[in-house]
Design a protein around this ligand. Structure first.
Ligand code: UT7
Length: 328
């Protein structure tokens, strides 16, 4: 990549305390633990408390990332919150967070690219730093999917959970940091994963509520087919741009939607499971939060070592995808 080398200076994560287990879901819809575990790999998810919104989850992860990076909020130049569940339409969740953190000089905006949002956010923020426009940026993936999940729909409600992951990015030594980004979108598949109500097309009304249009709707099979194909393609392309071979990968951090999708990525990249961060069993799919939370967890567990070559890869609504190769 051109310009000043940019990398991750600190990571942080936050998951709400409340757990929703497969056994809990068995009491809510016609499902069972065996089906959920064998088809998705998920055993439990975290659910935000009533008083918690996305900016609260983002705040907790951000405070930890700032401490890990050894900088204070007033040093931040930019805050990007990747989310599809903002506190409200506007002000943006990034502005709410900017105020709460006291990041007075930071520009702030939200980014909507569903589960690929964190990688889109990293690519955006790194561009500013690589050009020398900004010194420090905070990039957060945060989602409170429980608020847009239809807990009467067994096709979707077993999949999703709440959480946040944050990173501080800034200049790093030559040869370290982000080596490539691969971003993409195919809007023709947008209908397969969406929340139709509450926007300018279908404004909120008694009818939109009665028709359950304020909940996520998903064609699981179509999204699955797309994901299985695109995860490998996006990772391959990011590796090619970075000039890194599959054999040189030390750690894969994929979007945590479904263990079967993760396994197909591992096969495609010819990697053993030890080289992959997998926590979908504990958290389910947290959309934009999945990748940064998995990264922060891997850092906490000492799984990320100096000089490691890491591949981040995700897919999601839009449809969108994103991948990045970075040297730690
Ligand atoms: O971040 C992106 C977000 N979305 C995704 O990543 C979703 C990607 N898709 C998937 O992960 C999978 O397609 C699912 C996990 C959603 C579904 O797995 P599948 O193996 O594709 O199952 P299916 O949709 O083919 O359904 C198989 C059967 C159906 O019954 P019939 O029609 O064969 O009688 C479903 O009605 O399983 C049934 N089923 C369930 N049974 C028990 C669907 N959901 C459930 C459930 N419990 N929760």
């Amino acid at each position: 990549m051109n310009g000043i080398p940019v990398g991750i200076l600190g990571t942080g994560k936050y998951a709400p305390e409340r757990r929703l287990t497969n056994q809990d879901l068995e009491r809510m819809v016609d499902t069972n633990d065996e089906w959920i575990v064998s088809r998705t790999g998920i055993r439990e998810r975290r659910i935000a408390a009533e008083h918690e919104a996305t900016s609260d989850l983002a705040y907790e992860a951000s405070v930890r990332a700032l401490a890990a990076a050894g900088i204070t909020a007033d040093q931040l130049d930019l805050i990007i919150v990747a989310t599809i569940t903002p506190d409200m339409f506007f002000p943006s969740t990034a502005c709410i967070l900017q105020d709460r953190l006291g990041a007075k000089k930071a520009a702030a905006f939200d980014l909507s690219a569903a589960c690929s949002g964190f990688i889109y956010g990293l690519a955006n923020a790194s561009g500013f730093i690589a050009l020398g426009t900004y010194k420090y940026a905070l990039v957060i993936g945060a989602d409170t999917l429980s608020r847009i999940t239809d807990y009467t729909d067994r096709n979707t409600c077993v999949l999703f959970g709440d959480g946040a992951g944050a990173v501080v990015i800034g200049a790093v030594p030559e040869g370290r940091g982000f080596q490539s980004f691969e971003l993409g979108a195919d809007g023709s598949g947008g209908e397969h994963l969406r929340l139709p109500g509450g926007g300018s097309r279908v404004p909120s009304s008694e009818r939109s509520v009665a028709e359950r249009q304020h909940f996520m709707q998903m064609n699981g099979r179509e999204v699955f087919k797309f994901a299985a194909r695109i995860m490998g393609n996006a990772a391959d392309e990011a590796l090619r741009k970075a000039g890194v071979s599959k054999e040189e990968i030390d750690l894969l951090i994929p979007h945590q939607a479904n263990i079967r999708i993760i396994q197909s990525s591992l096969e495609r990249l010819n990697l053993p499971p030890e080289k992959c961060v997998i926590n979908v069993d504990k958290y389910g799919n947290m959309s934009a939060a999945s990748i940064p939370l998995a990264l922060a967890e891997a850092v906490e567990e000492g799984r990320v070592k100096d000089g490691d070559r890491i591949v981040l890869v995700g897919f999601g609504g839009g449809l969108t995808w994103g991948a990045s190769v970075l040297v730690w």
